[in-house]
Structures are given as C-alpha cells and as structure tokens.
Write a protein that binds this ligand. Structure first.
Ligand SMILES: Nc1ncnc2c1ncn2[C@@H]1O[C@H](COP(=O)(O)OP(=O)(O)OP(=O)(O)O)[C@@H](O)[C@H]1O
Ligand SMILES: [Mg+2]
Length: 250
C-alpha cells in the first residue's frame, strides 16, 4: 500500500474551490515536488495532508505504518514567523513535541535529538541566539532542524529554499537529498523548477490542469515542457541550469 493516497480531493475556503478532484499517491522513499503558480493551492494541499485543514470532499488514506508523530513539517515562512521572539534552541526543541505524548518536559532523548539536528544544519553556534535576529537563511536552517526532530518517515517542506542565497540553497538541496537517500520520503513545494526536476522522483503540478507522474513523464508531457521551459527562460529557477541540462534528468 502507498504511504499516502489522495482520492478525489477538493479543497478550498468558504465553499470557494481552489483544487478539484485531485488524485495521486506517494510510496515510501519517493521525492515528490509540488509545483504550480502562486495561489494554485500548494500550501492549502500541504496543510490538508497534515490535517491542519479540512477538505471540502475526498479522502486522504495513510498506510498503517505511518503515524502522525513520524511526520516533519517546514511551513512556508511568513513575516510574523520571521519576528518570532524565541531562542534557536527553544524553536528546534519544540519540533520534538509531537513524539512526547503526555510528558510535560523535554527529556534527555529530545535534547540529544535537537542537538544532533542543529549540528546537521550547522546552527549549533546560534543555539542561544534569538531567532528573529538571524538572517533569512539561518532562520530557514533553524526551521529545517525543527522539522527534522519530528521526521521519522516523511517530511513536508513548503518552499524550503525561498529567500536563500545560491550556496545555502545548494546545501539545503543536498541535505534534503541525503535525507531522502536515508529512506525519508519527501514532499516539497517549490518554485525552483530546475532543482525540482533535478532532485525529485515525481512531480505534482497543480493549476487549471493537473499533472501527476514521474519526472520523466512530466518532461515528456506538454504541460511539463511548456512550464519548465518558461520558468527556466524567465529566471524562475534559483540554480543556473540550462533547459537542455534539465531535459537530461528525465
Ligand atoms: N486562510 C485562507 N482563507 C481564505 N482563502 C485562502 C486562505 N489561505 C489561502 N487562501 C486562498 O487559497 C488560494 C490558494 O492559496 P495557497 O496559499 O494554497 O496557494 P499557494 O499555491 O501555496 O501559493 P504560493 O505559491 O503563493 O505560496 C489563494 O487564492 C489564496 O488566496
Ligand atoms: Mg504557498
């Protein structure tokens, strides 16, 4: 059984539909990139997958092997979050909450996990600094370390490289690739179409028409061809890759 199956899902707000009759499934070890224009419903879909929001209709089926406390989430950054008045340590540790059950305090296990993920993201030196005083790239690494504390099988990332410089962007992609290689399933929203095509195994393109399939199928489809070519030509990607290179990933 797939890790996650979406069946005839319709999403929206106050009866206004953003996505209609969406169907796709994701298996353990897949790396799914969700692409599409601003406002097409990518974040709404991710929040619905996390049960933070209710669908208008349809179902999300989850395999028996996936528990809610095995899923990490890196939300799309908002201006309010950028101003959050907590220390780096507090924010990363808070990622352990979902697996603590009814325990009121963080124990040794949670602290060791938080330290390990701070190390992995190269932010141990900022441990006692206030989150809002960090740069955008440093903040993003703090949020990824936090998400990693909750990740055992699946991680959902909403635009993890938004606002990052090319070097940090590349490091972030490599970290996500290593997570995937270690067996973690990835679902990532991205406007960086070139990197989505480079790193992922599957593409979900939402908008007026929907595409779901492997990246090779996407590149062969008219939709994938038109979208990736346009994005690459208009600089919608954050990595310097030519369209020819991207086609070679198929
Ligand atoms: N809380 C809300 N109440 C009402 N409408 C909302 C709400 N959140 C989002 N929307 C609307 O739903 C649509 C989809 O929004 P969503 O944030 O899912 O888009 P997105 O694909 O993630 O866009 P972006 O690429 O800009 O992040 C938009 O038209 C948006 O205005
Ligand atoms: Mg969004």
């Amino acid at each position: 059984m797939p890790l996650l199956t979406v069946k005839d899902l319709s999403l929206g707000y106050d009866g206004c539909r953003v996505i209609e009759n969406l169907n796709f499934s994701i298996n353990e070890g897949d790396y799914l990139s969700i692409v599409g224009e601003n406002g097409s419903g990518k974040t709404t879909l991710m929040k619905t997958l996390l049960h933070l929001q209710k669908p208008i209709s349809g179902e999300i089926l989850v395999s028996d092997g996936l528990k809610p406390d095995e899923i990490g989430y890196l939300p799309q950054q908002t201006l309010v979050q950028k101003d959050f008045p907590a220390s780096v340590w507090e924010i990363v540790l808070s990622g352990c909450q979902s697996s603590m059950g009814l325990k009121p305090f963080y124990g040794k296990k949670e602290k060791v996990l938080a330290e390990k993920n701070m190390e992995l993201m190269g932010i141990s030196d900022f441990k006692n600094r206030c989150y809002r005083e960090l740069s955008g790239g440093q903040q993003q690494r703090v949020l990824l370390a936090r998400a990693l504390c909750a990740t055992k099988k699946l991680i959902l990332l909403d635009e993890p490289v938004a606002g990052l410089d090319p070097v940090v962007t590349q490091q972030m992609y490599e970290t996500i690739k290593e997570l995937n290689a270690s067996g973690i399933t990835i679902i990532m929203i991205s406007h960086d179409i070139a990197s989505a095509l480079k790193y992922s195994s599957h593409i979900l393109h939402i908008g007026k028409e929907v595409f779901f399939g492997t990246k090779a199928e996407y590149l062969k489809s008219n939709k994938g061809f038109a979208f990736s070519e346009r994005e690459l030509r208009t600089g919608g990607c954050q990595t310097e890759l030519s369209f020819r290179e991207v086609k070679s990933y198929a």
